[in-house]
Design a protein around this ligand. Structure first.
Ligand code: NAP
Length: 518
């Protein structure tokens, strides 16, 4: 069993007991009493340990190990010995303190946790420390925690858990360490720490509460990251990008896995922009087979990196031809034989959104005149998709050279024009692929002068807000409108199908997206 543990700083035992009750109510299964600043009568501490409704760890962390206790070491150890008399389930003692005095807590017959923490990064002597803990007779539990320098550090934490010489706690702190906190259960850790506070759904669930950077709330672990469903064979997915903390994708895909009964979990996976970071991280995650890393949504700035990596990594890998033409892939699928498939679900999502709104089949799109505003990454996918089906596309862009570049690449289906030319355009469908009108600049619209001959359909790829000013202007003129949420849900649904082989619960995806945006 992997316990969900909550750390509580103890000043006054009565408030600490109330905090344990609250944590237990929220699903905590163990509590760590942090007595770094506890100065009251030691008998009150003993009473607290005995009355705790959850099994407890007692910790008095000194400042030299990142804690708050800055008093005398002899007094600290005497306090821990007094706590030991009350028989808590565990006492946490720093490896350094233990090595100085291995008999310091020899009155304790419960589980002695030997621990090592580094808030600056991965300690150079990580494996030596673990070795020392494993060989210390008194040590029942090995605990290491360090600040992740990158996602790769999580794999070292998993390796330590897998080695399993003794019950182990191996956690990485900081945003990049989130996988170690969530997947502690997959790898059979003794526990993971979570906060008992409210979940913060706007930042990937990472709260400002808790006792270490990167800690998430119990609520977030359970509701967002599927804690109760995690098993050793759970498949791991995620969204690779920078930044990814505010991505909607974990909420959508994890809810989808839940609804479909699929044994998977989906995490935010931040990777710095450079190709070398992408390559090193994805290689490490793929090569560590016990992780079951089976796929990812890939967003800015890594869509080109995914194509390059897939082409370089393994001869068996495959790239969807149109993703190659677009020059960007947003989906990584790891197939059963370990080879990779890189594809782009954005363009198909755009095509299908228009088909649905106009009640057309894909091959009927060739008869349409499409106006695309913008010539960046999203526009490129949309233009490539419509050019591929043979529609006549005009790209309206602020920087004419970028529009002309697209026109040249996708000749003869694409023409280039200035933004002003929208006023004289004749399109069946007008698609905004710029960020104009996106939150927080919701009072802006990319169309200042509407053409005399209105487009039948106006499609804004922006999904935050759900209804942009452009869509309101279009609806007021009688145009059919399509919001970016629809495209977002469709591209996510296609990813879900690729990874699970199951139909995607697209209505659920829409509901979650809209709920989170409103
Ligand atoms: P991008 O690569 O940065 O391209 C932005 C484009 O917008 C460029 O062509 C740029 O013109 C133009 N632009 C930006 N600010 C402008 C302004 N103030 N006035 C005139 N033109 C301006 O961005 P992207 O990745 O293509 O993303 C664009 C939008 O697509 C995003 O905001 C997002 O909302 C949406 N999107 C939606 C989905 C979905 O699933 N619904 C998926 C992807 C993207 P220049 O060439 O002159 O710089």
């Amino acid at each position: 069993m992997t316990y969900l543990a909550v750390a509580i700083f103890v000043n006054d035992p009565e408030s600490a007991l109330a905090a344990v009750a609250l944590a237990a109510g929220r699903g905590a299964e163990m509590v760590e009493f942090r007595i770094d600043q506890f100065t009251a009568d030691p008998r009150k501490l003993a009473a607290l340990i005995r009355r705790s409704p959850l099994p407890c760890i007692v910790t008095c962390r000194p400042v030299w190990e990142g804690g708050l206790y800055d008093g005398d070491e002899t007094h600290r150890l005497a306090t821990l010995r007094a706590a030991a008399e009350a028989q808590p389930a565990y006492i946490d003692l720093e490896l350094k303190a233990y090595l100085r005095d291995p008999d310091a807590l020899n009155n304790f017959t419960g589980g002695l946790i030997l621990s090592s923490h580094d808030f600056r990064g991965r300690p150079a002597d990580l494996f030596q420390s673990v070795e020392a803990m494993v060989h210390a007779d008194a040590c029942r539990v090995v605990k290491v925690a360090w600040t992740a320098r990158s996602l790769r550090d999580n794999v070292q934490a998993f390796e330590l858990l897998e080695a399993g010489h003794k019950p182990t706690i191996a956690l990485c702190m900081g945003e990049a360490g989130l996988p170690s906190r969530v997947l502690a259960k997959k790898f059979g850790a003794l526990l993971t720490f979570a906060s008992a506070g409210d979940s913060d759904t706007t930042s990937g669930g990472i709260t400002s509460g808790g006792t270490a950077p990167g800690q998430v709330s119990i609520d977030t672990l359970k509701k967002l990251y599927r804690w109760d469903a995690l098993r050793p064979d759970t498949r791991v997915f995620g969204v690779i990008g920078q930044p990814v903390a505010h991505s909607m994708s974990p909420a959508i895909h994890n809810a989808g896995f839940d609804a479909a009964g699929f044994n998977g979990v989906y995490l935010p996976l931040p990777i710095p922009p450079e190709y070398e970071h992408f390559k090193a991280t994805v290689t490490t995650w793929l090569d560590y087979k016990p992780l079951d890393f089976r796929g990812a949504s890939v967003t800015i700035p890594h869509k080109e990196n995914l194509l390059r990596f897939t082409a370089e990594h393994d001869k068996r890998n495959e790239i969807e031809p149109l993703a190659k033409t677009i020059g960007a892939a947003n989906t990584l699928t790891v197939r059963d034989d370990g080879s990779l498939y890189a594809s782009n679900t954005d363009y198909a999502a755009a095509l299908d959104s228009v088909c649905d709104a106009m009640k057309l089949k894909r091959d009927q799109l060739r008869d349409l005149r499409i106006g695309v505003i913008g010539a960046g990454g999203a526009a490129r996918a949309v233009v490539a998709g419509f050019a591929h089906v043979g529609a006549a596309v005009t790209v309206f862009n602020r920087t004419p050279a970028r529009a002309e570049q697209l026109a040249t690449e996708f000749s003869p289906f694409v023409a280039a024009a200035s933004l002003d030319a929208i006023a004289d355009s004749v399109c069946d469908v007008l698609i905004n692929c710029t960020p104009i009108g996106m939150h927080p600049n919701v009072d802006a619209s990319p169309v200042s002068h509407w053409p005399k001959q209105l487009p039948g359909v106006v499609f804004d790829t922006i999904y935050n807000p759900v209804e942009t000013l452009l869509l309101r202007q279009a609806a007021a003129r009688g145009c059919v409108t399509i919001g970016g949420a629809e495209m977002f849900v469709r591209q996510a649904a296609a990813q879900f199908r690729l990874w699970t082989g199951l139909p995607a619960p697209a209505d659920l995806f829409s509901r979650i997206l809209v709920e989170r945006l409103e």
